[in-house]
Design a protein around this ligand. Structure first.
Ligand code: NDP
Length: 446
């Protein structure tokens, strides 16, 4: 253990489970934040709450075999990590990406438990996915893969057991294929997946929810420092579900969105994308599955194989692509370019060192487990809609999302230590989520 502030009992518990690198860094982050809470509450120590939270309820690993368009057999790994259902059914996305490992999913499932607790909705934590790469595959190949994946997964999930959703590489198309196969195998149309297409029981507003929620959260961070989003220059990384809808709402709230990116490079628009350009980009990425390098717009420049931060001044940054995309050097460039507020649209896009740099430079930092929790909260509304055989309006879903994000911000502020007058949202989110989980674990007994 490198972090001195982590209590030695907690440190030895972490070493005992021997987590992978990503999972270890997630645990160490949380441990550092919650040590004072554990020290203060004997009931948590006695019930060994933290140790019990580190080991998932179960890890399901399976083989996914399918046939590609050339008639060849392909084989991938599939996983579902059911981390804890102490707050409600396991809930968390499925990620299809070639870099997915069990370590990635352990870290995401652990983070998800805290995030879900913070939403105040009755949902536990889980995560799953595969090392399958949907990029470059035909619709038929993606469909056959999803069907094969569900042939194994269906026996482990249920509307009050485990309710997966989308994540990187799993959008409406994939959720539709997965749910279709689930319905064929089980005869149930019980809403067991969220993020479903509308005809299959999806919720209006779910597509927008994570990006919109992140913008709502960062707006609260600004207000807390007596500033306004209006007129602020906002750099966004990623050009997927989270990034694009964050751009849409930020523009509606009169922020100036100056960048997007994908794994091919960064698209910079120094004077800000217009409403029409954002709409075009949503269609280009969602429906045409285009690459940013192939898109052109007035006032926009593309920088190959690069991140957006160094190319444009910005007051606010929303990293919305993937984990550990913002390293210490990026954080330094961001602060040099004028950035005062960072909110993570992605899950843990900023490394520990990057967060340290933000802290040193007085940049307010909103962690993903708080800032991007609007997606999973809205998934929970989809579960309610399906369970009550109802049809929510988009307005109802987005109003409730707004309330949840405001409440998450309040909880972070309430539980956060204040460093030089700046709210430590990371510690606030960990502590608020941990207390909810810990109280439920104590109440449940052993
Ligand atoms: P998408 O697959 O829709 O988009 C991901 C975007 O990030 C794509 O533009 C992708 O580019 C880019 N990206 C991925 N890896 C890299 C990389 N190594 N370098 C540069 N760009 C990269 O995913 P989402 O928008 O759904 O998810 C983004 C993040 O938000 C993830 O961390 C996810 O866990 C998190 N999140 C998502 C939620 C949701 O509701 N969707 C909810 C909460 C968190 P390319 O296409 O070139 O790979």
């Amino acid at each position: 253990m490198t972090t001195m502030s982590i209590d030695s009992t907690v440190a030895s518990q972490i070493d005992a489970i021997n987590p992978g690198t990503l999972y270890r860094s997630a645990i160490e982050e949380v441990a550092e934040s919650i040590c004072p809470v554990i020290a203060e509450h004997e009931k948590y120590r006695k019930a060994r709450v933290f140790e019990r939270l580190l080991i998932p309820d179960r890890v399901i690993r399976f083989r996914v075999e399918w046939v590609n368009d050339k008639g060849e057999v392909e084989v991938n790994f599939g996983w579902r990590i059911e981390h804890t259902n102490v707050m409600g059914p396991y809930k968390g996305g499925l990620r299809f990406h070639p870099t997915v490992t069990e370590d990635t999913l352990h870290f995401l499932a652990f983070e998800q438990c805290f995030k879900n607790a913070l939403t105040g909705q009755p949902i536990g934590g889980g995560k799953g996915g595969s090392n399958f790469d949907p990029k470059g595959k035909s619709d038929n190949e993606v469909m056959r893969f999803c069907q094969a994946f569900m042939r194994e997964l269906y026996r482990h999930i249920g509307p009050s057991i485990d309710v997966p959703a989308g994540d990187i590489g799993v959008g409406g198309r994939e959720i539709g294929f997965l749910y279709g196969q689930y319905m064929k195998i089980t005869k149930q149309r019980d809403g067991v997946l969220t993020g479903k297409p509308m005809g299959l029981g999806g919720l209006l507003g779910r597509t927008e929810a994570t990006g919109y929620g992140t913008v709502t959260f960062v707006e609260q961070m600004l207000k807390h420092r007596s500033e306004k989003l209006e007129g602020k220059r906002m750099a966004i990384s990623g050009a997927g579900n989270v990034a694009l809808y964050a751009a849409e709402l930020a523009h509606q709230k009169d922020a100036v969105v100056v960048s997007l990116s994908d794994s091919g490079g960064a698209l910079i628009c120094k004077d800000g994308f217009s409403e029409e350009q954002i709409r075009e980009l949503i269609d280009f990425k969602e429906n045409q599955r285009g690459r940013l390098k192939d898109w052109s717009g007035d006032g926009c420049e593309f920088y190959r194989e690069d991140k957006p931060w160094s190319h444009v001044d910005h007051d606010v940054a929303l990293p919305c692509a993937t984990q550990h995309e913002v390293e210490k050097d990026d954080a330094k460039v961001m602060a040099d370019r004028g950035c005062k507020f960072v909110a993570e649209g992605a899950n843990m896009p900023c490394t520990h060192e990057a967060r340290g740099l933000f802290h040193e430079r007085g940049v307010s930092f909103g962690p993903g487990k708080a800032a991007n929790a609007g997606g999973v909260a809205t998934s929970c509304f989809e579960m309610s809609q399906n369970a009550s055989h109802d049809a929510w309006t988009k307005e109802r879903a987005l109003n409730k999302l707004n309330d949840v994000m405001l409440h998450i911000h309040e909880q972070c502020v309430e539980h956060a230590p204040k460093d030089n007058g700046i709210v430590n949202y990371g510690a606030g989110a960990d502590r608020a989520g941990f207390i909810k989980l810990a109280d439920a674990i104590v109440a449940m007994g052993v």
